[in-house]
Design a protein. Structure first.
Length: 193
């Protein structure tokens, strides 16, 4: 909301100063006077159900307990509010989010590129790299890239991907079988469980 006021300090009527008023919510939760619903379902400070009542009545109960009224489920019918210390509630919520973030494991997809005329020692090196990725829990995408005249012999080179999967059979399982996509043939491997 933009409003313009006449600058009285400058004592000149033609100088204007504009102020920008912004509503910045500390969080997405509504607390105390921000709750404007007619009726709300109230949960007490100890977790007991206090029932459905007007928001003014719920505010009165929160003030008597010297705590805040926090809307925790705005989409419910009627909205659910809880009488709680807002600072503690926000702290607990942030702590729970951090714990959940620590426990989640992001699975990355690592790519290994091969060519149709790869030598056995190079293939062994790539196999060892893939083994290392798989033991860390990542998925591995093996790409067999074709250039020029190699495109004519795509089907004959499928055995390279099969040999690669066979060499890693003790730690990996084929998640997606070899598939031709444009100028390359791809296969996905995942850790064996």
């Amino acid at each position: 909301m933009l409003s313009t006021f006449l600058c009285k300090e400058a004592q000149q009527p033609n100088i204007f100063i504009s102020y920008v008023w912004r509503y910045t919510a500390i969080s997405d939760l509504m607390i105390n006077e921000q709750i404007r619903d007619k009726e709300v379902r109230v949960i007490g400070e100890n977790g007991e159900q206090l029932g459905v009542m007007s928001s003014k009545e719920a505010m009165r109960l929160a003030e008597e307990a010297e705590l805040d009224l926090v809307k925790i489920a705005p989409t419910a019918q009627p909205p659910v509010c809880r009488i709680v210390d807002y600072g503690k509630y926000k702290y607990e919520q942030i702590r729970r989010e951090k714990e959940a973030k620590k426990k989640q494991k992001v699975v990355e997809v690592k790519e290994i590129r091969l060519s149709p005329n790869i030598d056995t020692n190079d293939l062994n090196t790539k196999t060892n790299a893939a083994r290392k990725f798989l033991t860390k829990g990542d998925r591995v995408k093996i790409t067999l890239r074709f250039r020029g005249r190699e495109m004519a012999h795509m089907n004959n080179s499928k055995h390279i991907l099969d040999d690669f999967a066979e060499a890693l059979a003790d730690v990996a399982v084929v998640e997606k079988a070899p598939k031709v996509e444009g100028r390359s043939m791809t296969m996905f491997l995942a850790q064996k469980k």
